[in-house]
Design a protein around this ligand. Sequence first.
Ligand code: MG
Length: 247
Amino acid sequence: MKRARVVFAGAIHEATPFDGKLRLSSGRLVKEDLVTWLPPFEPQTAFALGLNYADHASELSFNAPDEPLVFLKGPNTFVGHKGETERPEDVTFMHYECELAVIIGKTARNVKKEDAYDYVAGYTIANDYAFRDYLENYYRPNLRVKNRDYCTPLGPWFVDRDDIKDPMDLKLRTYVNGELTQEGSTKNMIFGIPQLIEYLSSFMTLSTGDVILTGTPKGTVNVNVGDEVITEIEGLGQLSNTIINRT
Ligand code: MG
């Protein structure tokens, strides 16, 4: 099942797609353009992988890591489908990153990779924008690069785990103003979903609502104010975002 969280008429509702519209949990049908989309779940601890596709690492002139390179994101950074993300005036290189987001569904500690999918509740799309001007090196926390307000669109749908037959074989695509600029497949991750859950749960407890942003393939290009960026993953839909000036 696919479900969204939306604001309609002053209240937050769960919504499912129905005949080109949204069906709210109350049963009421509303047009999509009458709602404000929230991230489809409330993220708890949010992990993000750096350089988890070899082709993206090489386009940035980095070596592929031999152990997962993980950083954390705070709740300030998430924004829903059809949201807006600011491009700071002083940056010269801001790029999107289309990523499969894996949502944890139950407490996980010392999970073996063979059992990892038992701990997955579902999936959504993340757009993990990066502001490369602020990147100093990988030995400093990259807050100004990766944790700015509303710079991580998430959604539109929370898709149940069992609705995705093989999450390690999904096409990812990004379109900027309708033009295809990024294309890849989750099968080219360096560390796959089972390995990431095994790795993280080997030294910390994962909990319901934690989310892992699994990295992005090559094809990350600069975006500008006014651009509409659509990140798409097979089976999960299309997540739209618009780049704006300072608000
Ligand atoms: Mg990323």
